[in-house]
Design a protein around this ligand. Structure first.
Ligand code: IPM
Ligand code: MG
Length: 356
């Protein structure tokens, strides 16, 4: 069976990295068919909209979407509705990709690249499960209004019981396949919507008696994440808190340039993208770390294409290239180090292919 993949290179380093990631996938000897779609700034420039209809239609007809990144300063002054990020949010919503899995794993050779001491992060393996199609990102009403000549901005944080329940079930299931511990993050001491979050997660827990559940307020969770991150196994939280905590978790592993993600819907279709953005400051300089997108492709093989063995091969190839000392600028210690070799985007992808 041929797997249908919609490839969306997007903007900045997304577009730069993607050809290299496709080279890696082509090495695997699988039946993959690739189509290309436009999204974000490049779609605005060519077609006048951040999410062209054909892109969403191809996404719906594909087994998986492999995405680079969207956005850049060129489009930052556009009204909110027309920004590249709206295209990304529309794609997530259009596929109902509500379950965003963001694993933060420390590759042993990168222990020194973390902002924390090596002993605090050695063996780190956290999975953040972020609700991706609800919460304050999508709530209405929203906007900036004129209030007697002074402006007033507002957004709405809202979750239905059903939205909370379905993401909680995904998180409990994943905890069951891992160490059996789930931490739900909210701000139930202040925000009603997250009191409901806590109540519903607690109710769903009744169906997963073998999982150890605890609840943390988001401020405490942020603190614990940088104090003693290894206490966590799976973290489940809403859209906004998940956005913030996943960047923090990324840094624990050495670099945002290492973190993949999967965004799944109930049918197992998924959008696979690095957690990092389009990094316009380094785009086009052969500096970007392609590993986050390569690892996202590995997640795609595992979660949407049923090719777990190929996924394992890619992940162990990544470990090999790091052990060999290959480092893009983001994971190179300042001043360098013995046995490490500074490489560009292309050479890092070449090393992965060689390892495969
Ligand atoms: C992410 C990004 C996006 C988000 C932006 C680009 C809209 O920060 O995937 O974490 O906030 O979800
Ligand atoms: Mg983010």
């Amino acid at each position: 069976m041929t797997h249908r993949i919609l490839v969306i290179p997007g903007d900045g380093i997304g577009a730069e990295v993607m050809p290299h990631v496709l080279r890696v996938l082509e090495t695997l000897d699988l039946e993959l068919s690739f189509e290309t779609g436009e999204l974000g700034g490049v779609a605005i420039d060519k077609l006048g909209t951040p999410l062209p209809t054909p892109t969403l239609e191809s996404a719906r007809a594909s087994d998986a979407v492999l995405l680079g990144a969207v956005g850049g300063p060129k489009w930052d002054d556009l009204p909110m509705e027309h920004r590249p990020e709206k295209g990304l949010l529309g794609l997530r919503a259009g596929l109902d990709a509500f379950a965003n899995l963001r694993p933060a794993m420390l590759y042993a050779p990168l222990a020194d690249a973390s902002s924390l001491r090596p002993e605090l992060v050695a063996g780190l393996d956290i999975l953040i499960v972020r609700e991706l199609t609800g919460g304050i990102y999508f709530g209405e009403p929203r906007g900036v209004e004129n209030d007697n000549g002074r402006r007033r901005g507002f957004n709405t944080d809202e979750y239905t019981e059903d939205e909370i329940e379905r993401i909680a079930r995904v998180a409990f299931d994943l905890a069951d396949k891992r160490k059996g511990r789930l931490t739900s993050v909210d701000k139930a001491n202040v925000l009603e919507v997250t009191q409901l979050w806590r109540d519903v997660v607690t109710e769903v827990h009744a169906d997963f008696p073998n999982i150890e559940l605890d609840h943390l307020y988001v401020d405490n969770a942020a603190m614990q994440l940088v104090r003693a991150p290894k206490q966590f196994d799976v973290i489940v939280t809403g859209n906004l808190f998940g956005d913030i905590l996943s960047d923090a978790a990324a840094m624990l592993t050495g670099s945002l340039g290492m973190l993949p993600s999967a965004s799944l819907n109930a049918e197992g279709q998924g959008i696979y993208e690095p957690v990092h953005g389009s990094a316009p400051d380094i785009a086009g300089q052969n500096m970007a770390n392609p590993l986050a997108t390569i690892l996202s492709a590995a997640m795609m093989l595992r979660y949407s294409l049923g090719e777990a063995e190929a996924a394992n091969r890619v992940e162990s190839a990544v470990n090999t290239v790091l052990e060999e000392g290959n480092r893009t600028a983001d994971i190179m210690p300042a001043g360098g180090a013995d046995g490490l070799r500074k490489v560009g985007t292309d050479a890092m992808a070449d090393a992965v292919i060689a390892a495969l």
